[in-house]
Write a new protein. Structure first.
Length: 419
């Protein structure tokens, strides 16, 4: 009886523990899942090829929800998606596209923010709340226009059409003509490239020449700048010198103002004196014009001109070779005469050194003086007219022969040379 009570009590306790565990699990699940209410968005497509209920929804490549419903309409297809996280804030400027993984992979709906989308606010009402700002966020119930997916069937059909077009003979002819035109164009492009290369070489040569010219211009500009600087320096120095000279002149004028005044007064007095002198000279000039002085001056000028002409003739005669030869002979004779005179002078120096010779020479000179005086008297008597019809005959013969035969009236001079 007692064991039965224990077993029933244990069963009741186990049931209570199970009920408590179920209650705790229910509370945890309600806080984790039941408290997070997802929000829905509607994406409008022109063609929802590949999408189905349960297809994943990706935001920035991360799964955030799934497709819950697909409703086809006359002009579009509305795809209802459910975002599980109510705190996920997606910008309004976003695009929705259908992506596929490979050719036969599962289709998914991808939401991508645009590059020019505005920053998403991290505070404020969320997308699942009623006061959500639809200008900034994708809120619950908003519609979003999606881009049509890539239709691989259409791609295959386009490839088949391209293959049919390539195998068409007309198209092949057009391709052949296009290739011929392309070859001609290629040849022209090759020729154009060669011409462009030659033009580039010519331009390079011109650029090199222009560079040389530019360097020459730069050197010339530097030379001109240096010359301009030197000229400017010289001009500045000249201006400074002129300024100093002007200052000195001003100082001289100021210091010599009294002298200048006296000089100007003297010049005025001199001018008055000259004016008076000219007044006095004017009558004399008139008298000179009336006299024969001017004619005499003209005659004197003509004589001077004639004399100058004669001197020119004499100079020309002297410059002739014959005259020069005669002058050279005369100079040689004079040189020999001077040499003889030097010898005679040396002999005279030897002779004059004797006192007795000097006294004898003095007596000879006295006698010669008397002789010359007598000769002059005789010449005067010869030149004077005689008182009678007869004239006195000059004693020319006696005077001429006197050196050979001494006259009786001439005193005897005894000259003795002793050494």
């Amino acid at each position: 009886m007692r064991s039965r009570t224990v077993r029933e009590g244990a069963v009741g306790l186990l049931v209570l523990l199970g009920l408590g565990l179920v209650a705790v699990l229910s509370l945890w699940l309600s806080e984790t899942y039941l408290g997070r209410r997802p929000y829905r968005l509607i994406v409008e497509f022109a063609n929802a090829d590949g999408l189905k209920v349960g297809s994943p929804v990706l935001f920035r490549g991360v799964p955030v929800g799934k497709v819950t419903d697909i409703r086809a309409a006359s002009n579009s297809v509305d795809v209802v998606i459910e975002v599980e996280n109510p705190e996920l804030r997606m910008p309004r400027q976003s695009s929705a596209e259908v992506d596929r993984t490979g050719l036969i992979g599962e289709a998914s709906l991808a939401i991508r923010p645009l590059n020019d989308s505005r920053p998403v606010p991290t505070v404020g009402p969320g997308p699942a709340q009623g006061d959500c700002d639809s200008q900034l966020l994708l809120c619950g119930g908003d519609r979003l226009v999606g881009s049509p997916p890539i239709n691989y069937g259409s791609l295959i059909r386009a490839i088949v059409k391209i293959a049919d077009l390539i195998t068409d003979p007309t198209f092949q002819g057009k391709v052949d003509r296009a290739m011929g035109n392309l070859n001609a164009t290629t040849a022209e492009i090759r020729q154009l490239s060669r011409d462009a290369a030659s033009l580039a070489r010519s331009l390079q040569q011109e650029v090199r020449t222009f560079g040389n010219t530019a360097r020459s211009i730069a050197r010339t500009s530097d030379t001109i700048n240096r010359a301009t600087g030197s000229t400017t320096t010289a001009i500045v120095r000249t201006a400074n010198s002129l300024e100093q000279t002007s200052t000195s002149v001003n100082g001289l004028i100021v210091s010599n103002r009294g002298n200048l005044s006296r000089t100007l007064t003297s010049l005025a007095e001199t001018s008055a004196s000259l004016r008076n002198a000219l007044g006095e000279v004017a009558p004399a000039m008139r008298q000179l014009r009336g006299s024969n002085l001017l004619q005499n001056l003209d005659a004197l000028t003509e004589n001077a001109a004639q004399t100058a002409a004669n001197l020119r003739d004499i100079t020309g005669a002297i410059k002739s070779p014959q005259s020069l030869f005669m002058l050279q002979q005369t100079v040689n004779s004079a040189r020999s005469t001077l040499q003889n005179l030097e010898k005679i002078t040396s002999d005279l120096d030897e002779l004059t050194g004797d006192p007795q010779f000097r006294s004898s020479l003095r007596v000879i000179i006295t006698a010669l003086g008397q002789f010359l005086a007598t000769t002059q008297q005789l010449e005067e008597q010869v030149q004077a007219p005689a008182p009678g019809p007869e004239r006195a005959t000059p004693p020319a013969n006696r005077s001429t022969n006197r050196p050979a035969n001494r006259s009786e009236s001439e005193p005897d001079v005894d000259v003795r040379f002793e050494r």
